[in-house]
Design a protein around this ligand. Structure first.
Ligand code: 3PG
Length: 209
């Protein structure tokens, strides 16, 4: 139900990160992801129609849990919440953004790429984080290393993760799920190939049977 608390990390092995250019694709793409077995959808606030897309998915695809990604400012926290986002994802974790996101009452997945950033978030009581940009910032070896000193953090590595590399991340004890854009190729959205998106989602959902 909208309004119920959700933890986007616990719903599927993969969080699809989507960039929506044409708002008319929002509902069919959300339906395709859900049909493939991925109920979580992170709509990045990188296009002018992103908030409208979140609103439509929230209204028309009740089986989906839609959130906003690429949240960078206080204003975006408010806009994302008003559009019906169930959770917020950010690429980084400035103190101002963290306080706004915590104040929103929504689930919040802040991005970190260093040990100090993770420690700062732990000081705020946050134990679930996006590791971004995962491949560029150290990938699987980084997460293995940080699991020693900070075992209480659960990560969603995102950034350069693909179907072929997801299993190595998912095998780590401190990885809850991974995120990525590979499920919704721009070409499939352009041509309305939702069967392809559903097939990619099904493949990803099967990463953790
Ligand atoms: C993000 O913001 O999470 C990244 O852009 C993910 O993109 P990628 O899966 O294409 O690396």
């Amino acid at each position: 139900e909208p309004g119920d608390p959700v933890n986007p990390l616990d719903l599927a092995p993969v969080i699809p990160v989507v960039v929506i250019d044409d708002v008319s694709t929002a509902v069919p793409l959300a339906r395709a992801l859900v049909a493939g077995g991925l109920p979580v959808i992170e709509v990045t606030l990188r296009t002018p129609v992103a908030l409208d897309a979140i609103e439509r998915i929230a209204a028309e695809v009740p089986q989906a849990v839609v959130g906003a990604g690429t949240v960078r400012t206080r204003a975006e926290v408010t806009d994302a919440r008003n559009a019906g986002s169930r959770f917020l994802v950010s690429p980084g974790c400035t103190p101002r953004l963290v306080s706004a996101a915590l104040g929103s009452g929504l689930a919040f997945l802040p991005g970190v790429a260093t040990v100090s950033e993770a420690m700062s978030l732990l000081e705020e009581g946050i134990t679930e984080m996006k590791f971004f940009p995962a491949e560029a910032a150290g990938g699987v070896p980084f997460l293995k290393s940080i699991g020693g000193p900070l075992p209480q953090v659960r990560f969603c590595p995102t950034g350069g993760v693909r179907l072929a590399t997801a299993p190595d991340y998912l095998a780590l004890p401190n990885v809850a799920c991974v995120g990525g854009t590979w499920l919704t190729p721009a070409e499939a959205l352009k041509t309305g190939d939702y069967a392809r998106i559903e097939a990619l989602a099904a493949e990803a959902a099967a990463l953790r049977p």
